[in-house]
Design a protein around this ligand. Sequence first.
Ligand code: ZN
Length: 190
Amino acid sequence: MPRRKKKGKKTERKLELSDREKYFLSAFMDIVENMYGPTARKVLEYIVESNGVVAEETLGKEIGIKSNEARKILQKLADEAILGYKTGKIGDKTYHLWILNLDQIEGILINRLKKTREKLQLRLNYEKENTFLLCPVCGRRYGLDEAFDYEFTCPYDGGQLIEFDNSDIVMFLEEKIKEIDEELSKLGAL
Ligand SMILES: [Zn+2]
């Protein structure tokens, strides 16, 4: 028999998460916060606390945000396949329920990391395979071909282009890729 809900007190059963799922979720919360802001994180955290299901009609009130804002966030999370959707009836009232796709999160997370890694790798190759020059006046950076075309003079301010050492950028990108690889290997996806 389901437990009765006491008035004003939360007694819902918590989602039972394995350590692996907890790890995914917490990494995922960070991504959601980066992409959609702290309110989206709050919504997702609330969904997890609510056993993975929330009603659109009451969510805003329950976490203290406007209902249209709550709906927008739910929609965005659904676009990412984080949430699924169904309607349910309680009495004669229809509720729109949003359900956490816990089993999707691992795949979404790994895909996102891999895509980011790909982008960083392309950027790293570009940095490694090219020579750059810098205008000391405006700080614009030019590729070697471009610099030739401009006869090593900045077309904006006539500054004489100087060699640009991109080893800091290369190091930064390599570091980022290493971080992602560590993350992927923790997830068993490398
Ligand atoms: Zn310049």
